[in-house]
Design a protein around this ligand. Structure first.
Ligand SMILES: [Zn+2]
Length: 256
């Protein structure tokens, strides 16, 4: 304040959120609260792994994005689309700033279950997959397809990273009282987690049965369709993306 240069700089800097944050350079730069340097290094590693893997799986030039690792006390200042802050502890992707950014809490909400060494990386790769998908225009789809895609993608990154998912998947309740197609909002945070976990089970099984090629096909399909995708169409699109036997396989899955 008071230096002549500030008057020139401020129009460009005013919208930069969390301006006191330090940055870790990387393909996905991580801005972090000064006290969260150690965690930021961990996050940077996972994001680098996911970024490279997803670009390879999807055969695309990855989108330019950043990440903010936000301290609890700064959560209300984090970039977002809406005026009101989002619930604490829930990571999200936002295009409200340029480049678009992943907003990550210093600790995941207790609602993230199961808690295993895979929980944090899977969550980061899920948000990263949203960022890749939203790097191009996409139409509305049923929630189950819109969340199946990042869950399957995060499982695919885990496989490439050599991160064993068996233990994590074994702790998931396979019968929460609904299927992914039957799940409907608005729902509480715990049901949302059960829904996401069912999709992770389904995505992982799809990778076992069909390999990761279907991910490239479903991403590209979602970038190409130009009309809102209803439930029936969503099933066709995913069945076709899976490949030969895809529709019958989907219909046979208990989670579906
Ligand atoms: Zn999601």
């Amino acid at each position: 304040m008071g230096r002549a240069g500030n008057a020139v700089e401020s129009p460009h800097r005013r919208d930069v959120p969390l301006a006191g944050y330090a940055s870790l350079d990387a393909e996905v730069p991580v801005f972090h609260a000064p006290r969260l340097g150690r965690k930021a290094g961990e996050v940077r590693g996972y994001l680098a792994r996911g970024y490279g893997s997803l670009a390879g799986i999807l055969s695309i030039e990855p989108p330019a994005i950043t990440a903010f690792l936000v301290a609890d006390e700064d959560w209300e200042s984090a970039p977002r689309e809406n005026a009101r802050p989002y619930p604490p502890g829930l990571p999200y992707f936002t295009r409200s700033v340029e480049p678009p950014t992943l907003v990550l809490p210093e600790e995941l909400s207790p609602v993230f279950r199961p808690r295993t060494p895979a929980t944090l990386p899977l969550t980061l790769w899920h948000e990263l997959a949203h960022a890749f998908l939203l790097g191009r225009e996409v139409v509305r789809t049923p929630a189950w397809l819109g969340e199946f895609v990042p869950q399957a993608a995060s499982a695919a990154v885990a496989r490439r990273a050599g991160l064993p998912l068996e233990d994590h998947l074994s702790r998931i309740d396979r019968e929460p009282g609904f299927t992914v197609r039957g799940f409907s909002g608005p729902a509480g945070a715990w049901d949302q987690m059960s829904f996401q976990n069912l999709l992770l089970v389904l995505g992982s099984a799809a990778l076992d049965g069909f390999g990761e090629g279907f991910l490239r096909r479903i991403f590209h399909t979602l970038w190409e369709v130009d009309r809102v995708v209803d439930g029936e169409r969503a099933e066709e699109l995913l069945g076709d993306a899976l490949g030969s036997g895809g529709p019958a396989w989907l219909a046979s899955r208990p989670e579906f």
